[in-house]
Design a protein around this ligand. Structure first.
Ligand code: ATP
Length: 451
């Protein structure tokens, strides 16, 4: 029975996502665009629920983090200060024969690219690989009507810089005292050379980033704190703790300015295995110092009780909304046999708080007042949470369709409902059905969804 570590699972998940309206290939009717995806009606809800959980945990439920929504287009000097213009480059290798392009560190390349010995991993020709050339991962465009070098701007490759350049604005307007953080969710763009694995690595994606400004010397304590908090958050989404781990950056992996870095990794199974979904970084005073140098503005914190000024250190947490969505989908995907039934079922065991639809509501048959009662129940629940009313086809098939999109509960109005006002509530995971009085249904569901 395929489970999440089965190699075919990603393929099946992609097909489920398309069939049921979670995720479509972008511009599909034109043949699709490379590694860009559109979220359909259920996908947009799932990703929004993940973003809402993050925003709640990081901003709403705390008094030491402020929210921000900075623009995607920033002053070009930002990317010089951040190091992205000079450093955000990958060495690339082209094959003169088959025209395929590879990262220079692609493990399939045997020999030194640019020499007669190197063999192309795609077409197998020897001596056709060019020497590596640097390629900048930032998308470039022009601001205003004139396309000249003076009007070049970049689509941001990360959201963090919008936070750094607003550090003083946010601190002064909110009068926050250090330690405090600034959080934002937004699109980022990277012209990735090897995108792929569905929404794992795309060229347009969403990040949820938080920069926590601390007094130098307290940074490692806060770093440890945020590591713990972030791991707990991933577990709170229902990700299996056995599929989550930390990966400490080695000296080679560590960015030159970073004082420490850990990735939170999730086991995607198949050929991917454990991969980064979030980075927790101790960035020291690198970013604020650089922006200070490049802008000529002081980016300091004034500690009034102790009468001193300093450039705070930054502990960053940076998680991909799309990559977390994929982790949640992979984590929840199951194909199961059902006792006593010939047909198996596909289940998305999503955490109730993330499920796009919280309850399916069905009349057992389309007569005897059942549709009317079921419609009344749906109308009563809909203002509280998303429900789906369905009266078409065999009841078993209706249950299966909801299992497949992760709906935690199915409510059925049957013959008995017409006499005693009870309905059945079926649990997606245990398949247990119990009877609940229709008048208590809203309270019962709200209680079960909050578990
Ligand atoms: P990777 O090594 O996978 O390219 P990274 O170390 O460059 O990632 P960061 O710059 O730390 O990633 O970005 C933080 C988070 O943003 C990542 O953990 C990931 O969840 C997400 N992310 C980064 N690049 C992409 C991408 N191309 N597509 C989807 N999500 C991404």
């Amino acid at each position: 029975m395929p489970n999440a570590t089965h190699p075919d699972v990603m393929e099946r998940l992609v097909s489920l996502c398309k069939r049921r309206g979670f995720i479509f290939q972008s511009s599909e009717i034109y043949g699709g665009t490379g590694s860009v995806w559109d979220y359909g009606p259920l996908g947009v809800e799932l990703k929004k629920n993940i973003k809402d959980r993050w925003w709640h945990a990081m901003v709403r439920a705390r008094d030491d983090i402020e929210g921000l929504d900075a623009a995607i287009l920033m002053h070009p000097r930002v990317w010089e200060a951040s190091g992205h213009v000079a450093g955000f480059v990958d060495p690339l290798v082209d094959c003169r024969n088959c025209k395929k392009r590879f990262r220079a560190d692609d493990p399939r390349i045997k020999g030194e690219p640019g020499t007669p010995d190197a063999q192309c991993p795609a077409c197998g020709m020897k001596g056709t690989l060019n020497a590596p050339r640097l390629f900048n991962l930032m998308f470039k465009t022009y601001m205003g009507p004139v396309e000249d070098t003076a009007s070049v701007v970049y689509l941001r490759p990360e959201t963090a810089q919008g936070i750094y350049v607003n550090f003083v604005n946010v601190q002064q307007s909110t009068r926050q005292k250090i330690p405090f953080g600034i959080a934002q969710i937004g699109k980022a763009f990277r012209n990735e050379i090897t995108p792929g694995n569905f929404i794992f690595r795309t060229r347009e994606f969403e990040q949820m980033e938080m920069q926590f400004f601390v007094e130098p010397g307290t940074d490692m304590t806060w770093f440890e704190y945020w590591k713990g908090q972030r791991m707990q958050w991933h577990q709170s989404l229902g990700l299996d703790p056995a599929r989550l781990q930390f990966h400490q950056h080695t000296t080679e992996e560590l960015a030159h300015y970073a004082r420490a870095a850990f990735d939170v990794q999730f086991d995607f199974g198949g050929t991917l295995g454990f991969q980064e979904i979030e980075g927790v970084h101790n960035r020291g005073d690198f970013d604020l110092t650089r922006h200070s140098e490049y802008s000529g503005k002081k980016l300091e914190y004034v500690d009034q009780p102790n009468n001193r000024r300093y450039v705070p250190y930054v502990v960053e947490t940076s998680v991909g909304a799309d990559r977390t969505t994929l982790a949640v989908l992979v984590n929840g995907y199951r194909e199961e046999t059902v006792a006593g039934e010939s047909e198996g079922r596909t289940v998305l065991a999503l955490h109730p708080s993330l499920a796009p639809v919280k309850a399916g509501i069905f009349p057992l048959v389309k007569k005897d007042g059942m549709p009317e009662m079921a419609a009344r129940i749906a109308a009563d629940l809909r203002p509280r949470f998303p429900v789906f009313y369905d009266e078409a086809g065999a009841i078993g098939r209706r249950y299966r369709r909801q299992d497949e999109v992760g709906t935690p509960f199915c409510i059925t109005v049957d013959g008995q409902s017409m006499t005693d006002n009870t309905v059945t509530v079926r649990d997606r995971d245990t398949l247990v059905q119990d009877r609940v009085n229709a008048d208590n249904l809203r309270a019962v569901l709200e209680e079960r969804l909050a578990r």
